[in-house]
Ligand binder design. Structure first.
Ligand code: FAD
Length: 306
């Protein structure tokens, strides 16, 4: 049974791994916790991953294997889950959160765990062919390109992760990279060892080409100049994240729109904390998001306890 205290004592914004870990931990510490999730897809960026790599446990664990038990455990310890996004955070004398339905909430402390969204290429054809060749989920859509050629755009961990998934079903996976790969060594070595992977270096996508569906990419050669065409049926852009921080006061953000925080994860307002991919300085792995969620929960619980 939930203890009868000031409702919404701690509010967590985001139901990704950082938010779920924060909400559960704050509730276990005895706080009354409300979690807002805007998309209804618990697990955030990991929700569609067929396998989350780099966990400290052995075996194959998908994003849903991780997130759904975390959600269930959070509910078991009394976290109230509301499937609405937060549209604004106003740090007046009382904190005011306005949700997407326009309802206002007055929590004692807030944990911002709203993560990031996959960055778009911003080139002609990308929007028009989304769902007709342009995809952001290899696990969901890789099967549509069985035996065909696909291109993954990007050189970070997300791009390598998705490319590894595509190597299992596609005939060829082109890795289109603008600059040297930034991904972790071990998965990158595994990708480079696949027979059906070809790296296309120093190249930038200038257009997604097609008619009824994608037929290829137009690429600019950044070293020698000029443009070429790469034939492929599927395009998977993974060129980094845009922080989901539009509802956060501008003055609390770094130039890249991530939320600034101190060593205790407090933002410019001591009642508001940040954790996970939305926070400047977060390492970018699932484990770090979970760990930061728990640290932010402890800091927020201490704050509301006075
Ligand atoms: C393609 C890809 C592959 C990856 N593979 C791995 C891997 O194999 N291993 C690994 O360790 N890490 C991996 N990562 C990184 C890992 O997914 C992230 O570090 C981690 O998921 C970040 O969690 P988060 O909770 O901080 O943010 P997110 O996962 O982004 O979750 C944020 C949540 O907040 C919600 N939200 C956003 N705005 C609002 C709002 N205004 N109101 C309410 N809710 C809101 C979103 O809907 C989302 O559910 C991968 C990332 C990508 C992109």
């Amino acid at each position: 049974m939930r203890p009868l205290k000031n409702p919404g004592e701690i509010t967590v914004i985001g139901g990704g791994l950082a938010g779920l870990a924060a909400a559960r931990h704050a509730a276990r510490l005895g706080r009354l916790v409300t979690l807002f999730e805007g998309s209804g897809l618990y697990g955030g960026l990991t929700a569609t991953l067929g396998e989350v790599e780099g966990l400290v446990t052995a075996g194959h664990i998908s994003g849903q294997d991780l997130a759904i038990p975390m959600l269930e455990e959070a509910r078991k310890v009394g976290v109230q889950v509301i499937e609405t996004g937060i549209a604004a955070l106003d740090p007046g004398e009382r904190l005011v959160l306005t949700d997407e339905a326009g309802t206002q909430h007055h929590p004692g402390a807030v944990i911002i765990a709203s993560g990031g969204s996959l960055r778009k290429l911003g080139v002609p054809g990308e929007e028009a062919f989304t769902g007709r060749g342009v995809s952001r989920c290899a696990t969901c859509d890789g099967g549509f390109y069985r035996g065909r050629d696909v291109a993954v755009i990007g050189g970070g961990d997300g791009a390598v992760h998705e490319a590894l998934t595509l190597t299992r079903s596609s005939r060829k996976v082109f890795m289109v990279c603008r600059s040297p790969m930034k991904a972790m060594r071990e998965p990158l070595d595994r990708l480079a060892a696949c027979d059906n992977v070809e790296f296309v270096w120093d190249s930038e996508v200038t257009a997604v080409l097609g008619e009824a569906a994608v037929t290829g990419l137009r690429l600019r050669d950044l070293r020698h100049g000029g443009e070429t065409t790469l034939a492929c049926s599927g395009v998977f852009p993974f060129i980094g994240l845009v922080p989901n921080s539009g509802f956060v006061p501008q003055a609390w953000l770094e130039p890249d729109h991530k939320v600034r925080s101190d060593a205790a994860l407090a933002t410019a307002d001591p009642r508001v904390f940040a954790a996970g991919a939305v926070r400047a300085g977060c390492g970018g792995t699932a484990i770090e998001a979970i760990a930061e969620g728990m640290r932010a929960a402890l800091a927020a619980a201490r704050y509301v306890q006075g």
